[in-house]
Design a protein around this ligand. Sequence first.
Ligand SMILES: Nc1ncnc2c1ncn2[C@@H]1O[C@H](COP(=O)(O)OP(=O)(O)OP(=O)(O)O)[C@@H](O)[C@H]1O
Ligand SMILES: [Mg+2]
Length: 291
Amino acid sequence: MVGSCQQNASAEMRFRKTLASRCGIGFCASPMHNPLAQPVVEITDLHKSYGPLEVLKGVSLTARQGEVVALIGSSGSGKSTLLRCINMLEVPERGSVRVAGEEIALTGKPPHRKPADEHQIRRIRSELGMVFQSFNLWSHMSVLENVMEAPLRVQKREKAAVHAEALEMLAKVGIRDKAESHPSQLSGGQQQRAAIARALCINPKVMLFDEPTSALDPELEVEVLRVIKLLADEGRTMILVTHDMQFARTIADRVIFLHQGRIEEEGTVAEVFGATRSARLKQFLSAAGHV
Ligand SMILES: Nc1ncnc2c1ncn2[C@@H]1O[C@H](COP(=O)(O)OP(=O)(O)OP(=O)(O)O)[C@@H](O)[C@H]1O
Ligand SMILES: [Mg+2]
């Protein structure tokens, strides 16, 4: 049994290597994730409805320090809602969210439940680097100003240090030369990389990605996937919603399959893709061309 698991794992590693080079994102055998690392995000029994539509029906998940968690599932299964509940862009009716050990305080009864402490929400949001499908850059500011805005205005950090760090982050994502450009002068892939640099510049405890490449053409997509892979190899904690099964398989430590607001299956890449148990997940992967 142990032997067959090890064989599965090494076959998976070979597969990931081939896949990564096929995706053009390079391969670095990330160290095995430590299952005892500190939890950075802990979600417990989350319930969220929009009117009569119950979208999340008791979801619990933990992302530990340095772990890359991929959230997969059909359209409408609740993936974005779950991510938005982490930073309280959506307020769950039941359940709790802890970030770096601190529980977000909520008050009131549904449907009037809301954050109890706006200062806490602002502080916790400034520890979460959120990257959406649409880049949400400020069009009237240069790329550099976009990246510097939150560290200066929200985190009240010192300008010279923020300036240096912002340029470093832009270099990391490969668009240092676009610092003085405005977002409209950038390609979609460059805009998304600027959005990633902006999220990185707040020194987030965790990066939350919601389909960061779905608005991009395939050739621009690769630029962004490469940057995300680089961050994963650096050991950043990430929760990533993606429709790209090849990418999830290449990058994730753990994969969570959400189905109709519940976690239907979760496990390592080898378990979820290589020894799929749930019939619904099999169907989903087969529709995505993966079985
Ligand atoms: N603000 C809202 N008001 C009403 N219904 C909403 C709202 N946001 C999401 N929904 C509904 O909640 C369900 C889950 O939406 P969600 O965006 O979380 O799905 P998803 O898994 O991210 O889908 P996709 O893969 O298409 O992005 C959908 O049926 C959606 O129509
Ligand atoms: Mg979504």
